[in-house]
Design a binder for this molecule. Structure first.
Ligand SMILES: Nc1ncnc2c1ncn2[C@@H]1O[C@H](COP(=O)(O)OP(=O)(O)OP(=O)(O)O)[C@@H](O)[C@H]1O
Length: 255
């Protein structure tokens, strides 16, 4: 569980996050949505310690990241998996080497133990038999699956994904979304995802936090988002005519 309390972060005197409070539960896919510039990336970076907030706290299963000793910080970093925009794989390394990287970096496992673990996670993301391929030989969706395998190879408690669907076609995007949700549930990971993808909101939004100009303007589930009357959420999420119609059908059905 991640508990965020009254988080403030700004740059050069301009406040970007204006006191955000929310909780992310384990085994749930938590989505952060909001317009460009609303503070989603700054929020995610503040959670993982890449930005130091001016005010407020982030507690990881009751532990404040600001109070960690150097050793505890190292331990906590190993509990975090990350999937970045564009996958961020090492181009000159094979799939196997990419996924093995965190194990080499942080553990003292033998080569065969590491290989076993790499093969387990590659199987989990349906990428058996791709060990020796280079990222350039894979499709965008396959590269995302390698990035997910690398993010979970250390068995993380927390998974952070920044726009995991960027650059993917809608069908592949849904496959990736479902994979992240399945893994989150299976390993009881606390997962936080920044997204612009309204399909993701509807498909996997177990908890959705809507940021508007650095303020948490709304939070709820994908079901709540259909019925909310909150004007800023409705105008942001249902910006296309198609989604407006989908919402209307849903509202008519539950009448
Ligand atoms: N390192 C920084 N220094 C100064 N200002 C920054 C920095 N990082 C972000 N900002 C500002 O913070 C605001 C929020 O940026 P952020 O990247 O969090 O938005 P976002 O919601 O993730 O947008 P997008 O959806 O386009 O990725 C922007 O006005 C941005 O210019």
């Amino acid at each position: 569980m991640i508990e965020v309390k009254n988080l403030h972060k700004g740059f050069n005197g301009t406040e970007v996050l204006k006191g955000i409070t929310t909780t992310f539960l384990p085994g749930k896919t938590n989505l952060i949505i909001g317009q460009s510039g609303s503070g989603k990336t700054v929020f995610l970076k503040s959670l993982i310690g890449l930005h130091v907030p001016e005010k407020g706290t982030v507690a990881f299963d009751g532990r404040l990241n600001t109070e960690f000793t150097q050793e505890q910080k190292m331990q906590w970093r190993q509990e975090i998996g990350m999937v970045f925009q564009g996958s961020a794989l090492f181009d000159s390394q094979t799939v196997e080497e990419n996924v093995m990287f965190p194990l080499k970096m942080f553990t003292k496992k033998s080569q065969s133990e590491m290989l076993d673990r790499v093969n387990t996670v590659l199987k989990r993301v349906n990428l058996e038999n791709s060990n020796k391929k280079l990222p350039a030989e894979l499709s965008g969706g396959m590269q995302k699956r390698v990035a997910i395998a690398r993010a979970i190879v250390m068995n993380p408690k927390y998974l952070f994904c920044d726009e995991p669907n960027s650059g993917l076609d809608p069908q592949t995007a849904i496959v990736i979304d479902n994979l992240i949700q399945e893994i989150t549930d299976e390993y009881k990971i606390t997962t936080v995802i920044n997204t612009h993808d309204m399909n993701s909101v509807i498909e996997i939004g177990e908890k959705i936090v809507f940021l508007n100009k650095g303020v948490k303007a709304w939070e709820g589930s994908s079901e709540d988002i259909f019925s909310t009357e909150n004007e800023s959420v409705v105008s942001f999420v249902y910006s296309s005519n198609l989604l407006k119609k989908v919402r209307q059908v849903y509202l008519d059905e539950i009448k």
